[in-house]
Design a protein around this ligand. Structure first.
Ligand code: IMP
Length: 209
């Protein structure tokens, strides 16, 4: 099946091609002549993935899918969430984004230690976090939604050269002691938020199209 993936991110495109396998011929935004930033101004991951898929549908009239992913960190009250790409500024610099998460957690962990030393009763500090992906699939002009979640914790420092985005600071429960950037692409795809959402989408397509 020929389908456009509404992304310009080469890391995501490679992951999706790997996960969906041979039955799919994926085109990127550039492949269909979309070079501008696709708007994502919604307040939720679902709203953003729908907005991206609708934009591509309007531009090229073709079947397509878009994903929106957010990192939720419990100690940060669920931030960066829908602002994951721009957590440290509009330049979407992933190193600055990771540094900000590490800095905020170190600050809060320190505050928590001080509070404990003063005998104040507080919830134990937690580095628990999760990635959530929402995919909107547009088939014959109609949207269908698929979701995937990956649970884990935020590392104390960056590690690894693989993956992209926040991978060097995310330790999935399935691979303790290693970040997503330390494990292989195949290992990440087997457990990842996007892997789960993409496999759900592929199954729906196999049953309905
Ligand atoms: P978007 O879904 O492309 O808007 O991505 C939002 C943010 O999440 C960007 O900063 C991405 O780099 C980051 N991101 C998306 N997927 C992943 C992933 O699988 N691992 C690490 N970071 C990711």
């Amino acid at each position: 099946m020929k389908i456009v993936f509404a992304t310009g991110n080469k890391g995501k495109l490679r992951e999706a091609a790997e996960i969906l396998g041979e039955g799919f011929e994926l085109s990127s935004l550039q492949d269909v002549g979309i070079y501008e930033d696709v708007p994502e101004t919604g307040n939720t991951l679902t709203a953003n993935s729908l907005q991206k898929a609708q934009y591509v549908l309007e531009k090229c009239g073709c079947d397509c899918f878009a994903d929106d992913t957010g990192l939720e960190v419990d100690a940060l009250g669920g931030a960066p969430g829908v602002y994951t790409a721009r957590y440290a500024g509009d330049d979407k610099d992933f190193n600055k984004n990771m540094d900000k998460v590490l800095y905020e957690l170190a600050r809060l962990q320190n505050e928590s230690k001080v509070a404990a030393s003063l005998g104040l009763k507080m919830k134990p500090f937690s580095r628990r976090a999760r990635f959530k992906s929402v995919i909107t699939l547009m088939v014959n002009g109609k949207p269908h939604f698929f979701e995937g979640t990956l649970e884990g914790v935020i590392a104390h420092e960056k590690s690894g050269n693989g993956g992209f985005g926040y991978d060097p600071i995310f330790i999935a429960d399935e691979f303790p002691g290693m970040t997503l950037a330390d494990i292989s692409e195949e290992e990440k795809n087997d457990i990842s938020h996007r892997g789960k959402a993409l496999r759900a989408m592929a199954q729906w397509l196999a049953e309905n199209k």
